[in-house]
Design a binder for this molecule. Structure first.
Ligand code: HEM
Length: 105
């Protein structure tokens, strides 16, 4: 592919996180326990996301709050199959239903 001078391009940062050369075992799996957690979700270089620390903090507060109060939560087996977000920028389910469970059973 040739990118000509001045042509706009849209990078799929999410695809970089699925590089089989970086994650040869299971590139398409979301595995927060994998040792190499490098990713480009917040971009790279001079335009690296200014809100990354806030986004990380928000996720930490929300997930700590949820799983602190409901540590036994599981995906709701009765929920419909999740639909995907309609976006070329971000990828993921539009919603995930869980069964909030106070303690592991
Ligand atoms: C999970 C949440 C977020 C993700 C995945 C994300 C992702 C990104 C990515 C990939 C870029 C780089 C775009 C590029 O290179 O053109 C970016 C830039 C940026 N983000 Fe975020 N972002 C998130 C949250 C936020 C929040 C919460 C704020 C502000 C409160 C924010 C503010 C910005 C700004 C101002 C830029 C532009 C930086 C620049 O061009 O120098 N982002 N973000």
């Amino acid at each position: 592919m040739i990118i000509r001078q001045g042509e706009p391009i849209l990078l799929g940062f999410g695809a970089a996180g699925r590089d089989p050369e970086v994650h040869p075992d299971r590139p398409d799996s979301f595995d927060p326990t994998r040792p190499d957690k490098e990713h480009l979700s917040f971009g790279y270089g001079p335009h690296f996301c200014l809100g990354a620390p806030l986004a990380r903090l928000e996720a930490e507060v929300a997930l700590d709050g949820l799983f602190g109060a409901y540590p036994g939560s599981v995906l709701d087996p009765a929920s419909p199959a999740p639909t995907r977000l309609e976006s070329v920028i971000v990828s993921g389910p539009s919603e995930l239903w869980i069964v909030p469970t106070p303690a592991a059973v």
